[in-house]
Design a protein around this ligand. Sequence first.
Ligand SMILES: O=c1[nH]c(=O)c2[nH]c(=O)[nH]c2[nH]1
Length: 301
Amino acid sequence: MAIRLGDNQYGKAESRVVRIYRDTPRHQIRDLNVSTALRGNFEAAHISGDQSDVLPTDTQKNTAFAFAKEKGIGAIEDYALTLGAHFLDASPAASGARISVEEYAWERISVDGAEHDHAFVRGGSGVRNTIVNVSGRGADRRTHVVSGISDLVVLKSTGSEFHGFLKDKYTTLPETDDRILATSLVARWRYDHTEVDWDKSYDGIKQLLLSQFATIHSLALQQTLYGMGEAVLAEHPEVAEIKFSAPNKHHFLVDLSPFEVENPGEVFIAADRPYGLIEATVIRDEASDAGSAWHAVPGFC
Ligand SMILES: O=c1[nH]c(=O)c2[nH]c(=O)[nH]c2[nH]1
């Protein structure tokens, strides 16, 4: 019986890095969740327990904190790119590094109409994130950046229909030309290259996702997602492809007829499960090769 080690990676998951910039009385805060992983030739560690090639996960965590001070945190993409390149240099046995960063937004608290210098309230809509994959050395170096947003909870109270679907003997769903459409959107987009103004690109894509959700008259969540993706690719040449994972957060009209009360689309029950889960990729014909960009990104088809 021949047995061997298959794919493996190791690193420190979910280091919560909080960086305060306090050079002036008006502080700034950056609040990150950082996961790092190295992959490569780590057979000895697994098979014989020899750790000589292993840069400890503890060191990876320390580096994430040290770089927050030594190099500062610009766009999360730049921070992740710096960490990824560093880990490949620091670990000769590694063939690739994967750096995943989520950023939690804070907004200044307003007091008597003025923004406070050092008191913040957690910001609302969506969690920005990036996954940087770096592999190879020298001329073989390949870098992929997949950025995105999660937990972008959106709802429209009309402008959504769902009818004309395939029916069989188990179909009970009524057709509708007016329903609530709601989702907690996860979108991740792969950049074609790394010469990108990351913050500008993120802000533009987020705004486009929201405005498309609002303005597309939806015949299905699938059609809304495609329209959002098409608009992002049309307006953002730096993006090669975009993937969506969208739970259909069903809102069912409550039957108030037992109480002789009419309910013309006004009272709904928000069901939390089960939910339809709609996933789609929208991609350019001429998109660059994805390489390892989607390596170990769970939940995306
Ligand atoms: O937008 C929708 N897409 C579906 O595929 C689907 N299926 C379903 O029952 N409701 C919906 N809604």
